[in-house]
Every structure is written in structure tokens, then in C-alpha cells.
Design a protein around this ligand. Structure first.
Ligand code: AVI
Length: 325
């Protein structure tokens, strides 16, 4: 067993190494924000979610806590039994409001959180049934689409797939559409998607959320260099990189970069060298913002019909319910 676990860990590490080398040898240099989330990154993201400037979490929490009944009614649909699947469930704080309400309504459903972290899945499998007696939880640990396939094969109940937190924003627009199309492929007509999408708003508000005064977002980005140092035996001088967030209100693309403050050479894995020119940038992350119309177009292009829009009181964030056509 240990051997298999070691092999899996090695494969994951090999992928990380390949992605980092490919990204830093690319033109322009880039790193993937999916690697932000090691133990330190998870903690920094938690901190970020409760800082003043980072609004998306609170907006979506407001929707889940204040419009629970409306959301639940749409999801319960004709009252037939269903599987409620959550992609990237995290600690399920937001979904807990919905789960509690569905239990009170005596809805017939199973909750299937999917996450690539086995720690998160074990935690949810253990804690949720204690916190919400009567809740049927089957956590699935693995790749989103592999696990969606597993869920599809395991039961013929209708499916409701949740993808919250504007995680869809961490993909460029074309990839986001492909992702939604891929979800659609794993569903049957009438199945639903509940998706959280951050909306275009005052550009200063967006930019401030990714440039918080306390410097948490900066540390969140720089932590990926620390992670490369630790896990891939590299020698990044963290103090020689600056955080540079941007927001383009025309395209809705909010992007983060790290800028090299001097000419420098970094060694990775003891042998691979990467040169940085003074002022050269590394593209780190996109957090795409949409208009409501763009969200509707994405739904339609991916094979869904928009059934409902739920907004927070500032109209900054959208939770949309789509039905597979
Ligand atoms: C997880 N994701 C939706 C966050 C976002 O807003 O793009 C990650 C993040 N990056 C910087 N701040 C938050």
C-alpha cells in the first residue's frame, strides 16, 4: 500500500516539476495557480477570504445564507431523488446552508463532495454526518471528471453539480467554456449545475481584492516560489520578486504577475537553471470576471439553459442555476 502511495506522490511531484520547468522556460514565463494550494497556501487563502478587500467569498456566503429556500426549491425541482455533487468542496461552509435546508425539507438526496485532496474528503466524510445527522455523504477523492463518471455509473438519480467560489474564473474564457462543456458531457438532459461566477464591477473594487493592503495576496503568490524551493530543491530569492496585480475592465481579466527586480539566475533541482531579466514578469493567475449576459452565453454554448440567477445584495456575485438541455 505504502508503495502505491509513494508512487502516486512521485508522479504528482514529477508533474509539478515538469509544469514548473515548462512554465519558466516558456515565453512569457508562467506558473499555474493550481499549485498555490499547499498547506501554507491553503492557510493564506483562508486568511484572504476573511480580509476586508476580498469580497467574493462573503458575497457568495450571503447568497447561500439569505436565499437558501429559493435555491433549494430550484434544486429540488419536481421532488425526485437526486445526487448533489460538489466539485472542489473545500470545507463545505457555503454548501452547509443548502444541505441543512434540504434536510429540513426532507429532500431525498445524497451529497457527493469531490476534491483532489484526500485530507479534505476524509474530513468531510467524518464531520458532516455528525454536524448534520441524517445527511448521506459519500466523498470522492480524485480528478473532477473521473469522479463525475464514477458518480454517473454509481446511480441513475438525477444530478445537481455545484461549482462554487468563482473557481471557473481561474480559467481563461475559452478553457472555462470547454470545462462547462465537459461537465455537460457527464450529465443527462434535466440535470442541473449551480455555478458561482464573480461579476464585473467597479474596477477599483476588483483590483483592491487582488491587491489587499495587508499583502496576503502578495504572500499567496510568492508562496508558490517558496513551494518550488522546498519541493523541487530550488533557490528562488523571494525578496527579489514583486507582486503585480492588474485588472482590465474591458475584458474582465484580472491577472497576477510576479516581477523580477533584478537580473538573476535560479537553479531548480540542483541542475536546471532559469534566467530572469530585471523587470521580467511571470504570469501567475487569472481571475476572470463576467457580465450576467456573458454567463448566460457560456451556459448556452455549453449546452445548458439558464433557469435561475441569484445575486448578493450588491449585485457583485452571481450563483446561476443551469439545466442541461
Ligand atoms: C480560488 N479563486 C476563485 C480565487 C480567485 O479569486 O481567483 C483565488 C485567489 N487568488 C487571489 N486571490 C484569490
Amino acid at each position: 500500500m505504502k508503495n502505491i502511495e509513494n508512487q502516486v506522490a512521485e508522479t504528482v511531484n514529477q508533474q509539478f516539476y515538469t509544469d514548473v520547468i515548462t512554465g519558466l522556460r516558456g515565453n512569457p514565463k508562467h506558473l499555474s495557480s493550481k499549485y498555490f494550494y499547499d498547506a501554507v497556501g491553503d492557510k493564506l487563502f483562508q486568511e484572504l477570504m476573511s480580509c476586508n478587500e476580498y469580497y467574493p467569498t462573503n458575497c457568495e456566503l450571503e447568497i447561500f445564507s439569505q436565499q437558501t429556500a429559493e435555491m433549494a426549491k430550484a434544486i429540488m425541482s419536481d421532488g425526485s431523488p437526486f445526487d448533489l455533487i460538489e466539485l472542489g468542496a473545500g470545507d463545505a461552509t457555503k454548501s452547509s446552508y443548502l444541505l441543512k435546508h434540504l434536510l429540513q425539507q426532507k429532500a431525498d438526496f445524497n451529497y457527493l463532495p469531490i476534491d483532489i485532496s484526500d485530507n479534505i474528503i476524509s474530513y468531510l466524510n467524518m464531520t458532516l454526518p455528525v454536524l448534520m445527522p441524517g445527511l448521506k455523504v459519500t466523498g470522492l477523492n480524485g480528478d473532477y471528471f473521473d469522479m463525475l463518471k464514477t458518480a454517473h455509473q454509481a446511480s441513475d438519480r438525477r444530478k445537481v453539480v455545484m461549482f462554487l467560489g468563482s473557481n471557473i474564473g481561474n480559467m481563461p474564457v475559452e478553457d472555462a467554456l470547454d470545462f462547462c462543456r465537459e461537465i455537460r458531457k457527464h450529465l443527462s438532459p434535466g440535470d442541473q449545475v449551480l455555478i458561482g461566477i464573480d461579476l464585473k464591477k467597479n474596477p477599483q473594487t476588483v483590483l483592491a481584492a487582488y491587491n489587499d493592503k495587508g499583502g496576503i495576496t502578495k504572500r499567496f503568490n510568492l508562496n508558490l516560489l517558496e513551494r518550488i524551493n522546498k519541493e523541487l530543491n530550488a533557490d528562488f530569492d523571494i525578496s527579489a520578486f514583486e507582486h503585480y496585480p492588474t485588472y482590465d475592465p474591458e475584458t474582465g481579466a484580472c491577472k497576477s504577475f510576479l516581477i523580477s527586480t533584478r537580473d538573476q539566475t535560479v537553479t531548480i533541482n540542483g541542475a536546471d537553471t532559469v534566467r530572469f531579466k530585471k523587470d521580467e514578469y511571470v504570469y501567475m493567475e487569472i481571475s476572470q470576471k463576467y457580465t450576467v449576459e456573458q454567463a448566460d452565453v457560456m451556459a448556452k454554448s455549453a449546452g445548458f439553459k439558464t433557469a435561475k440567477h441569484l445575486f448578493d445584495s450588491k449585485d457583485w456575485f452571481l450563483d446561476a442555476i443551469w439545466i442541461a438541455a
